[in-house]
Design a protein around this ligand. Structure first.
Ligand SMILES: Nc1ncnc2c1ncn2[C@@H]1O[C@H](COP(=O)(O)OP(=O)(O)O)[C@@H](O)[C@H]1O
Ligand SMILES: [Mg+2]
Length: 285
């Protein structure tokens, strides 16, 4: 198993009247190079689950695996693990603490004790990976940037350590439609071009559906569906009942099928829909 869990259970505030079982025997596994989505309504356990994947939370019972080895509690091992599995929190820019974009992105490489030359290269590479003009932004205050740019700087700060797995918690929260699209296209490119494994938690399928290979659906702390994206998204009614709507464009394709038009329903982008509908025109002419 590249990364995954076995019967992972997590209880917040155990043994108190506030005890809350946020994950219940969650088992899943992902292969290297995948683009996976963890979806589920608010409170279903998504954020709790991903904080286990790089050892920020400890299982109440069960285990977390990385490269076939159970993650333990040895401090040095955990630090190494966090270099290889990067976690981008929800609204990460709220945690910015540096005076300049450069220092913000340089924090992790400096913390590793790299020399300033290596830090400089790391920061430049990371900003370039997210498509930002490094030289132009170095001296800017992070809070002077647009919402989309701040999110990209936060992403660069995690990429500066060259992780093998990138986990993002609701990465498009608070972004406008162009920012959301840009972010997913970027994640898709990083996944394809560099082999980075990507794991995204979200409750919006609109932008995310087109990019996923694998999907894990949580409800009330339990895995209720998982598998290849096509199979999971085919369970439209079940997802709908959880408040997880398929992309609007997919719903339109289902509407056409109901009108007896021969179109595919595994369509998640406007471009794909346009092509499919154009084929239909061809058939009728
Ligand atoms: N620090 C915490 N202390 C107590 N309960 C928590 C804490 N964090 C989350 N929970 C609870 O655990 C459940 C799962 O939360 P979370 O993992 O944040 O879900 P999601 O990310 O899917 O919205 C929710 O019922 C939530 O209220
Ligand atoms: Mg969450």
């Amino acid at each position: 198993m590249f990364i995954g869990t076995e019967k992972l259970t997590h209880t917040y505030m155990p043994g108190t009247p506030f005890a809350m079982e946020a994950l219940k025997e969650v088992s899943f596994s992902l292969s290297r190079g995948e683009f996976a989505l963890i979806i589920g309504p608010s409170g279903s356990g998504k954020s709790t689950l991903i904080q286990h994947l790089n050892g920020l939370l400890k299982p109440t019972s069960g285990q977390v695996f990385f490269e076939d080895r159970a993650i333990g509690s040895d401090k040095t091992e955990l630090l190494k693990l966090r270099r290889r599995i990067g976690l981008v929190f929800q609204m990460p820019e709220e945690q910015f603490f540096s005076e300049t974009v450069f220092d913000e992105v340089a924090f992790a490489p400096r913390n590793l004790g790299l020399d300033e030359e290596q830090v400089r290269t790391g920061v430049k590479d990371a900003l370039e990976k997210v498509g930002l003009d490094a030289e132009l932004l170095y001296d800017r205050h992070p809070f002077q940037l647009s919402a989309g740019q701040k999110r990209l700087v936060a992403l660069a700060a995690v990429l500066s350590l060259n992780p093998e797995v990138l986990i993002l918690d609701e990465p498009t929260a608070g972004l406008d439609p162009a920012g959301r699209r840009h972010l997913f296209l970027l994640l898709d490119r990083l996944n394809r071009d560099t082999g980075l494994s990507v794991l995204v938690c979200t409750h919006h399928l609109d932008e995310a559906a087109a990019f996923a290979n694998t999907v894990l659906v949580l409800q009330g702390g339990k895995v209720i569906l998982s598998g290849p994206a096509e199979e999971v998204f085919a369970k439209r009614d079940q997802l709908y009942n959880l408040g997880l709507a398929l992309p609007a464009v997919t719903e339109i394709m289902y509407g056409l099928v109901e009108k007896k038009l021969p179109v595919r329903t595994n369509i998640y982008t406007i471009d794909e829909a346009r092509k499919e509908i154009n084929k239909l025109k061809g058939r009728q002419e």
